[in-house]
Design a protein around this ligand. Sequence first.
Ligand code: TYD
Ligand code: MG
Length: 497
Amino acid sequence: MNIAVNAASIPAGASETGGDWRRYRFRAERECNKHMAKAKTLFYCSECGTETSKWQGQCPGCGQWNTLVEAPAAVSASGKRKAAVPAAQTVEPARMKDIAIGDERRLLTGIAELDRVLGGGIVAGSLVLVGGDPGIGKSTLLLQMCKQLSDKGEKVLYVSGEESLKQIKLRGDRIGEFSDSIYLLSETAITLIDAAIGRLQPKIVIVDSIQTMYEESVDAAPGSMSQVREITGILLRIAKSRGISIFIVGHVTKEGNVAGPRMLEHMVDTVLYFEGDASAAYRILRGVKNRFGSTNEIGVFEMKGKGLVEVPNPSEYMIQGKPVGESGSVVACAIEGSRSFMIEVQALVCHTYFNMPRRTAAGTDYNRVNLLIAVLEKRLGLRMSDSDAYVNVAGGMRITEPALDLAIIAALISSQSGKVMDEHTVLFGEVGLVGEVRAVPQCEKRVAEALKTGYRTCILPLANKLAIEKSGNLDLSGIRLVGIRNIREIVERKEWS
Ligand code: TYD
Ligand code: MG
């Protein structure tokens, strides 16, 4: 009976030549296997991590051009592609109101600038990516964090794939004395690290850096897209299943390297970027993504001989070297995240020796500076076409908010005319193409900061001045507000000398 059924399923013409049919089947299987072997490499988008089987000029995920790079697919030892999470047999949705949160107290790191950027301390079981250029101070910051936490008695594990134990200890010696509850591991194999975490049961783990770690079963070099994805997946599982908070260090290169941490941003809970000019002493820690707090917070640090030092009052720090009685230098009030601070804006306008005058903008947007120069030329009749113009936000900080426009305009006017702005005056406001001075957000905060830092005059958009006076929240006895509507008014101000 069975034989008869099998014979019926054999294609017509094959029944007499049973051997042929079997050969046909084996050939088909071989072809199929060959095809599977070929499909081992995939294309990943270096911006968003989307994977495709074929190369395309434009990423189907994020729409960016030329971002797809070829990389081996993550495969297990048995040759099958791995599923990130084992499929559960049954799943039961829970009512939102029945979910108990419990005592979700955050762990304070003891570094106030870092705690603020994290959204008020470390959340248990969270995965935090700390990105930044090499040499900016990521390892130093995290080692300092480990010191603070271990001083409180928390068990901390610092895994480095870049430095030997001695090298970490040497760096640690510059920072200070370490307690008994900090453990070091110099290792790059993630399976060994996973096992070590299992034995030690630490509360916090630092993985420095993701680019040096590898998983044996993935057939790609450390730092490649597939390795980075795989390792992050493993760390994610460790963090969520054991409630350990893991900090991942990721180097970002200027070229936007293949396994750039940009791709990891989707997988982790919090993304912090450590920025700054490597030549300038201070660094800014910026929250880019945070599932447990507000983004756009910043923390300011200064790199010193004994590691990073917090800068709780950036205003004083930023303007401490400002020259007095010199033209081409004015003070503006900028906002980054939730913090306001004073910043010095400098300009240098001088006769050009080129056919095309040179323009540069350091610490601010180049195109914006060009636009403001054009506004000056057209609306104030200032001849700029035969002058080079250099604009610099002093101190190495990068500010691109339009509220800086008025200060850039004032600095350019000051340098061109040689007039000096009164040293107790601060400016902020956006400048439009018609030369109008437009209102900017958070004006009260800016004026409050100017008051706190000891400024006596504030030149600001008229609409902002009226809003501040109407709300009555600020004690304005210590400061004079000068509301202006057009940049023409700034030239006539009596604050110039
Ligand atoms: P590091 O933390 O190694 O940077 P990253 O991990 O981001 O690559 O910091 C490197 C720089 O910091 C290095 O150039 C030396 C400087 N540094 C100090 O100036 N003072 C210090 O106390 C330490 C530890 C480092
Ligand atoms: Mg490092």
